[in-house]
Design a protein around this ligand. Structure first.
Ligand code: PEP
Ligand code: MG
Length: 858
């Protein structure tokens, strides 16, 4: 037995483990030790030894002493969920360290504000150690003697803690059970400790196998060292008396989350979708992400829904490998003209792309504008003049600017960073003298492209039908690339996390844009079932298209209008083909997204008129500018706000910038024939806001000499508006419910936050009750109630919305033919009955179950 003295790894207030606000540590389940509430931001080694593992989230590290004691250092409580954010590791697995060496540094403000507590633990995790003495309940300096332990029973002997997988030769009873890990942050300290507590008393061995590694299930460090992530398939193997029962009971514990929340649907493609939303993306750790998934190893990766649809295909990897650029240049006389020629080549390429895809010319124009940005060129030229190469100068300047954009809280700005990274690559390619990358144009048919981030230029030359799907490790669901992918009808999932990099080229996959999932190496039956489902869906849609232009009536004759949501002029003709009976929401902020200056009244009028013409007399509901929140416009800077989604948004901006709103109103009033357009106002919270807009409409009507009135509607997106819909209905000609924002505000869940995406479901009974209130309020004035938010495109929502009294749905064009066909099969009495029952449930999952029980084909 050896006594070991451990030095304090941090300065701060030292305390006994029992005071830690985490039961697993406080009850000694993780190991024996103490804790420190730190006053410094650097974690140092408490002993000489070897770094056994740095957790992939960089919040924890284990050092093994020469005598075999494994010392786990865990920074803060509930810090694994930060996925590495705020932590920097200074050592690698296997590295030798001396007492006092820096292991991990951390951002105290960031971690302190996001974690449950900064109190950090130092515990000896292997069996048989007892504490001889501790220096607690006092201030301690890093490096002070903090704790002496002695012992070491070797209870884990006979099995290496963690290591490469291999077949164990075993005699006697063995048992095995496979299970999918449903824990968002993998087996971190708390669930690992719970697992150890469950296996410790077992007289035999229990091991956990994941990918090509295994771990002793009686060792917290080994389990943490497995580096598991959500959705990993684990095999539990036991050897000893009652081995099969043991493996079984451990698997059940894992399925139950081991004390952590269970992520619904994490494991099985076949599991019913509890919600159409996606589970949180996997962490974007900087360290090793693990070996490529082995052929045949079924893995489910979860991301965020971007473009709906399913596809089967083979993976074409397009992860960017960064070529090293040489720093030293050949002098400004050589490097400056090189850079300018490269820029000219890229500009010429952008012009060609714009000609090939005229409907997306605005995107390529935006790239040109970025290239024209004087700061970008000046920054690169300054570096060139200080002796650097054109490549080095361009790369540094472009990355600096892209990083600055990406660091902004605003997701759209972060997406512009992707445009800059695209340009960085294009210019480097041009400087290398190579032909521009063929992008995705020459992919074999049926390819599913996996990339860190697909860029607009990648999609520029892709012929329709070539690309079956897109999965991105990063990216947001509203990026330019996603807009293009939607236009090509390519199912897309974003924010899959870096685990996507482990998918090998050529691997068979199923991409599910409806659920935000990528299934790697699916079993043959899943592949076949998905192919059949895709083919059946295509055939059904073709069939449904045949009757889609006819007006939509339910089986009992009730008329339901099905409109389209539009964001671009070029979407309108296609929407009519799909069966749109009009446009129920024109998102006007999307028409001029790329502009640096506000569009004139004439420019706006021309776009509206073109859309009205394409709709051939069908109604066109034009929403006034809905800027703010997650939709900033570069030509309309708004003050920086703490909570922009609760700040200057929608009509609040319109009333603050009345000249902008008036110009838009005039443009709408000029569209011919008079009466085809309706005006809809976003983010209404009180009748007075709509009255203020109506006063402007009346004044502008007078100025234009237009006699005919124009219908003016309110969007119901703010819970208050739903609650006082009777008051708003008194001054509005119609109401249209924006379920995207209504759900975000009712559930207090940011619609852009991947961590709450799985729960953000518009079918939550709380949202449905508000919809009923809105409908009842509108009825008192006989007003039509439409829904134009995302749930209008969700077939499961249709019978409920109709049953609650909604008579118009405005959906994304691609779903209209199917939606109309489904509505034609519905009867009002069933819809009312199920809607009423849905209002009395506890959760969106229950509501979805009710719907599928009544309409099993959904
Ligand atoms: C909504 O909030 O549901 C809506 C239709 O508006 P947007 O998605 O543009 O915010
Ligand atoms: Mg909205």
């Amino acid at each position: 037995m050896t006594a070991i003295t451990l030095a304090a790894p941090l300065a701060g207030w030292a305390m006994p483990l029992s005071e830690v606000p985490d039961p697993a540590f406080a009850q000694g389940l993780v190991g024996t030790g103490m804790a420190i509430d730190p006053t410094v931001n650097e974690l140092r080694s408490p002993c000489d030894g070897t770094v056994l593992s740095i957790h992939r989230a960089r919040h924890a590290c284990t050092v093994r002493t020469a005598s075999g004691a494994e010392v786990l250092l865990h920074l803060g409580v509930d810090t694994v969920g930060l996925n590495g954010e705020g932590f920097t590791a200074h050592v690698r697995d296997g590295q030798s360290v001396k007492t006092g060496d820096r292991l991990i540094s951390f951002d105290m403000d960031l971690v302190g504000s996001r974690a449950q507590s900064l109190v950090s633990m130092m515990v000896v995790v292997n069996d048989g150690y007892t504490v001889d003495g501790q220096s607690v309940d006092r201030e301690i300096a890093a490096g002070d003697a903090a704790m002496t332990v002695h012992g070491g029973s070797g209870a884990d002997a006979g099995l290496p803690a963690a290591g490469p997988d291999s077949e164990e030769e075993g005699e006697g009873e063995t048992g095995e059970r496979s299970v999918v890990l449903p824990i968002a942050n993998g087996l971190h300290a708390r669930p690992a400790a719970a697992l150890v507590a469950a296996t410790k008393a077992y007289p035999g061995t229990v091991t956990l196998h994941c990918r090509d590694r295994r771990a002793n299930a009686k060792s917290v460090v080994a389990l943490m060292g497995l580096g598991t992530v959500l959705g990993d398939r684990l095999t539990v193997r036991a050897a000893g008396p009652g081995a099969q029962d043991m493996a079984e009971s451990i698997a059940v514990l894992i399925e139950g989350g081991l004390g952590d929340p269970v992520v619904a649907g994490a494991g099985s493609q076949a599991a019913p979708a509890a919600s159409p939303a996606a589970a949180p993306a996997q962490p974007a750790a900087e360290e090793e992400i693990g070996a490529p998934f082995a052929a045949g190893e079924e893995v489910l990766l979860k991301g965020t829904i971007a473009v709906p649809g399913q596809a089967v295909g083979t993976v074409a990897r397009r992860f960017r490998t960064t070529a090293r650029v040489v720093e030293q240049g050949a002098g400004a006389q050589v490097e400056e003209p090189r850079l300018r020629r490269a820029l000219e080549r890229v500009v010429a390429g952008l012009t060609q792309s714009a000609q090939r895809m005229p409907e997306h010319a605005a995107i390529f124009q935006a790239h040109r504008e970025l290239l024209d940005d004087p700061e970008l060129l000046d920054g690169a030229l300054a570096d060139i003049r200080s002796g650097k190469s054109a490549e080095w100068s361009w790369q540094c300047t472009a990355r600096r600017q892209a990083d600055a954009l990406a660091a902004l809280a605003d997701p759209r700005m972060a997406e512009r960073a992707a445009d800059l990274r695209d340009l960085e690559q294009q210019v480097l390619t041009a400087l290398s003298g190579k032909e521009p990358d063929v992008g995705l144009a020459e992919l074999p048919a049926g390819s599913i492209v996996l990339a860190d981030e697909i860029l607009p230029s990648d999609l520029a030359g892709v012929p329709a039908g070539r690309l079956a799907g897109i999965g991105m490790a990063h990216g947001g669901p509203t990026s330019h690339a996603v807009i293009l992918a939607a236009a090509l009808g390519v199912p897309t999932v974003v924010a899959l996390g870096r685990q996507a990099e482990r998918v090998p080229d050529g691997a068979p996959v199923v991409i599910d844009g409806n659920r935000g999932e990528l299934l790697v190496f699916p079993p043959e039956d899943t592949l076949a079932a998905t192919r059949t489902a895709v083919a059946a869906r295509t055939a059904r849609r073709e069939e449904n298209r045949r009757s889609s232009r006819e007006e939509c009536r339910m089986a009992d004759g009730t008329r339901i209008e099905v409109f389209a949501n539009l964001g671009r002029v070029s979407d309108a003709p296609g929407a009519v083909v799909e069966g749109a009976e009009g446009c129920g929401l024109l998102r006007t902020e999307f028409l001029f997204l790329e502009r640096q200056s506000a569009p004139t009244e004439d420019e706006q009028y021309q776009q509206y008129q073109q859309i009205a013409d394409a709709l051939e007399g069908r109604p066109l509901v034009i929403r006034t500018l809905d800027v703010g929140g997650d939709k900033p416009l570069s030509y309309l800077p708004l003050p920086k706000e703490e909570n922009p989604v609760l700040g200057l948004r929608g009509v609040r901006v319109g009333l603050r910038e009345p000249e902008l709103l008036r110009a838009q109103i005039r443009a709408i009033l000029r569209v011919k024939p008079a009466g085809v357009c309706r005006i809809m106002v976003p983010m209404i919270a009180s009748p007075s806001e709509l009255q203020a807009v109506r006063a402007m409409v009346d004044e502008e009507r007078l100025r234009l000499g237009r006699a005919e009135p124009i219908e003016l509607g309110a969007m119901i997106e703010v819970p208050a508006a739903a609650l006082i819909a009777d008051r708003i209905g008194a001054v509005a000609d119609f109401l249209s419910i924006g379920t995207n924002d209504l759900t975000q505000y009712v559930l207090a869940m940011d619609r852009g936050n991947p961590h709450v995406a799985a729960q953000l479901d518009a079918l939550h009974p709380g949202v449905l009750r508000l919809i009923r209130l809105a409908v009842m309020g509108a009825k008192t004035h006989d007003r039509v109630v439409a829904v134009c938010g995302g749930s209008a495109s969700d077939p499961m929502a249709a019978p409920l919305l109709i049953g609650l009294g909604v008579t118009e749905l405005s959906a994304t064009p691609a779903v209209i033919a199917d939606l109309k066909a489904f509505i034609r099969t519905l009867r009002m009495e069933d819809c009312r009955r199920v809607a009423e029952a849905a209002l009395g449930t506890d959760s969106a999952d229950e509501v979805r179950r009710l719907v599928t029980e009544t309409w099993p084909a959904l």
